[in-house]
Design a protein around this ligand. Structure first.
Ligand SMILES: Cc1cc2nc3c(=O)[nH]c(=O)nc-3n(C[C@H](O)[C@H](O)[C@H](O)COP(=O)(O)OP(=O)(O)OC[C@H]3O[C@@H](n4cnc5c(N)ncnc54)[C@H](O)[C@@H]3O)c2cc1C
Length: 455
């Protein structure tokens, strides 16, 4: 059989695969990017609701390393970078709504006695959290989960009222099921220099970050990044093939063969930007986290009472709030000024997110109408305003599976095994959220590194 031969194959057309393929194509390699679904972008894609083009998954990027902003500028989109409205977010606790403290990493406060932290965890909670500043480094050092470490150093209230809602919102995971070095390696790296203090380590990480907002978006939506990467990849001769799922990869005498549902490709170089491990020696048995199931319900409502953004940019929900099943609400038109302009006065985009993962798997109604009614009831509770179904002018439901690998210790060890085995295989690089962790900042940096290693 005569197989098609190219210089490089990249498997997985999410942001990591797009970034790696673009770098390879720009360096003159004949590159094919294989995407299993009907469109590229992975978790960074759009949907249209009530005539508004919205982000269906990710809506922002962390500015911490500057890598995403540099890529965006390189793609000619620098003037579209925008910051979210500074109104801040809220957290819904069993005691009611509280403003979410502004400084922090994963909800961990840098200043346990600041007013906003005290408002949320109470004076006793702040006193207990401040123990972290004087406790010897051995306190919590033996904990194998983020939750265990924070409970030992800062107490239960910081875990339950700050870290659990934030980690549930971002990673769809529970702090008692994830490891600090897997979820926030930069924070784990700062701990020894902070003599074991989480608050001081958060301060170090925050001080090292660029001035300004910790996250940014793109005017028009972050899915503009996908469009720009695809355009640049194609402009440099790259070949994007959707509906092309890779089923296995095999080392050959002079490179790699990638098996597809229909056919195969051979190449000197292979980048795995999706977890296709079938055919790789020593990795058949490796167990990566499959990721939580997350359901996003987007509602577009005409209700001028929301112009005042009663809960700022949105609300994270602590487990145990019985009146609400959502884990988070984003008031997208309050968060992004460009979207408020596009929607017009009185029209609002609300996005409810369901699915914490772990033991608190959320059971949702299968009936579409019932799911919308639940989302409307949850939004009413979280915003403190009864929203009338008659004001709903559009909605959409997007279900994400396998998109958010939970950074547990077991997943971290499995990734270490994948990295160790693949580092020994010539012409192969692995990248993407499945190895680099969740978030555009993590995956863009890792994907550029993967392409650079191949080049
Ligand atoms: C709902 C949601 C909201 C998020 N919000 C944010 C946010 O605001 N900010 C942020 O920084 N991050 C956010 N993230 C995380 C961020 O979007 C991801 O970490 C990042 O986009 C992952 O990119 P990736 O390319 O590694 O993986 P993915 O986006 O998962 O892409 C992988 C691609 O590979 C394809 N694929 C898989 N297997 C195969 C195969 N065998 N053959 C061919 N193709 C295959 C898939 O179809 C997919 O398109 C969010 C994620 C989700 C799900």
């Amino acid at each position: 059989m005569n197989l098609e031969r190219v210089d490089a194959v990249v498997v997985g057309g999410g942001i990591s695969g797009l970034v790696a393929a673009r770098d390879l194509a720009r360096a003159g390699r004949r590159t094919v990017l294989l995407e299993g679904r009907d469109a590229p972008g992975g978790s960074v894609r759009s949907h249209t609701v009530a005539g508004l083009v919205l982000d269906a998954g990710a809506d922002s990027f962390a500015t911490r390393s500057g890598t995403v902003a540099a890529l965006v500028a390189d793609l000619g989109l620098g003037d579209r970078i925008c910051t979210p409205s500074p109104t801040g977010a809220w957290v819904e606790l069993t005691t009611g709504p509280h403003p979410l403290p502004r400084t922090g990493v994963l909800g961990l406060p840098a200043h346990p006695f600041s007013t906003d932290v005290r408002d949320t965890i109470g004076t006793w909670g702040s006193v207990r959290a401040a123990f972290d500043l004087v406790a010897p480094a051995r306190v919590g050092a033996g904990a194998d989960t983020l939750g265990g470490l924070v409970r030992a150093r800062m107490g239960r209230r910081v875990v339950d009222r700050l870290v659990r809602p934030v980690v549930g919102g971002i990673h769809a995971a529970d702090p008692d099921a994830i490891a600090l070095d897997a979820v926030a390696p930069h924070l784990a790296a700062a701990l020894p220099g902070a003599r074991g203090s989480l608050a001081r380590a958060v301060g170090t990480v925050s001080a090292a970050a660029p001035a300004g907002s910790a996250v940014c978006g793109l005017d028009g939506g972050i899915h503009g990044l996908t469009d720009a990467l695809v355009a640049d990849l194609l402009a440099h001769g790259g070949d994007l093939r959707t509906h092309n799922r890779a089923t296995a990869v095999h080392r050959t005498a002079d490179g790699w063969r990638v098996d597809l549902v229909n056919g195969a490709l051979v190449a000197e170089h292979l980048v795995l930007a999706a977890p296709v491990l079938t055919g790789l020696p020593g990795l058949d048995e490796v167990e990566l986290d499959q990721g939580a199931q997350v359901t996003l319900v987007t509602l577009v409502v005409d209700d001028p009472r929301l112009d005042g953004a009663p809960r700022g940019t949105g609300v994270l929900v602590a487990p145990g709030v019985e009146a609400v099943r959502a884990k988070a609400l984003t008031h997208a038109t309050a968060k992004w000024p460009w979207l408020a302009r596009a929607a017009g006065p009185g029209r609002h985009v609300l996005r409810l997110s369901y699915g914490r993962g772990g033991d608190q798997a959320t059971v949702l109604p299968e009936d579409h109408g019932e799911l919308l009614a639940l989302a409307l009831a949850d939004a009413s509770h979280l915003l403190g305003l009864p929203l009338d179904a008659g004001l709903l002018i559009g909605s959409d439901v997007v279900r994400w599976t396998q998109a958010l690998p939970r950074p547990s210790a077991a997943h971290r060890d499995a990734v270490a095994q994948v990295r160790a085995v693949t580092a020994e295989l010539p012409g192969l690089a692995v990248t993407g959220a499945w190895v680099a962790g969740t978030g555009l900042a993590a995956v863009v940096e890792d994907a550029r590194g993967a392409a650079a290693r191949i080049l």
